[in-house]
Design a protein around this ligand. Structure first.
Ligand SMILES: *Cc1c(COP(=O)(O)O)cnc(C)c1O
Length: 237
């Protein structure tokens, strides 16, 4: 997604400091520079105010990677008086690649599922073994931009312009293909996708189970005066 968003040598990319290493390492792979930004200490989320401060301090930033932390979405949407992350980035011509590894299934403030088209370049989910649903290994990207989708489809499979599935199943399809770029080997396997379809049916059940655990911890920890607990998750109610 970052490659399709144009991150490359010389790019500066804003990444929240409390995240998994993957969010920052991908910027390094592509030859870009990571700029770290602090988050709200109670929610763990990048806020529109912190974003604006960081962009003012580093005007060369060309891409932002908000992390929807622990099932809560960042404030992507806003109002004219109180703009969200999307509006702030759009007004400065900055692309957004969402890290939604913790956010399936979760919702933005308006109730739409995380990954819906809200004006970001792409939204990335992880289905690694410890995530909210799993395919053992792998993930998913959503985008509403045809050019970004096409670039990601090609680059995930060695920069080949057509998948083996298309070459061998479409009636009359030719066997040839072209390699149009030096791509990666980042495709989800069909076997993993089959596991994902079965996991998908249980996504809400898994979410409810996590919400019950959150409540159990919250109830017991709230008895300890010395602790300040994070605010309730919007998505667990
Ligand atoms: C797990 C995780 C990732 C990476 O996911 P992989 O599927 O292991 O590449 C990225 N960001 C966050 C916040 C994560 O928790």
């Amino acid at each position: 997604a970052c490659e399709a968003a144009g991150v490359g040598p010389g790019s500066e990319v804003l990444v929240p400091s409390p995240t998994f290493t993957a969010t920052a390492e991908v910027v390094e792979y592509l030859g870009g520079t990571v700029r770290l930004v602090d988050v709200d200490p109670t929610t763990g989320l990048l806020t529109p105010d912190l974003l604006t401060q960081a962009l003012d301090a580093h005007p060369s930033i060309s891409c932002v990677m908000p992390v929807h932390f622990a099932g809560d979405a960042c404030q992507m949407l806003g109002t004219e008086q109180d703009p969200g992350i999307v509006t702030i980035c759009q007004s400065r011509g900055i692309s957004i690649v969402e890290d939604a590894a913790h956010a399936f299934p979760a919702s933005y403030a308006d109730g739409k599922p995380v990954g819906s088209p809200i004006g970001t370049t792409a939204c990335c989910f992880s289905f690694y073994a410890n995530k909210t649903i799993t395919t053992g290994e792998g993930g998913m990207v959503t985008t509403n931009d045809d050019a970004i989708a096409e670039r990601m489809r090609r680059m995930r499979l060695h920069g080949i312009d057509r998948s083996a599935w298309d070459r061998h199943t479409r009636i009359g399809a030719a066997w040839e293909y072209d390699v149009i770029a030096a791509g990666y080997k980042y495709n989800l396997t069909d076997i993993a996708a089959a596991i994902g379809i079965a996991q998908l049916e249980r996504a809400e059940e898994f979410k409810d189970a996590r919400a019950r655990l959150v409540e159990a911890y919250r109830e017991r920890l709230s008895r300890i005066d010395a602790l300040r607990l994070p605010p309730g998750h919007q998505t667990s109610s």
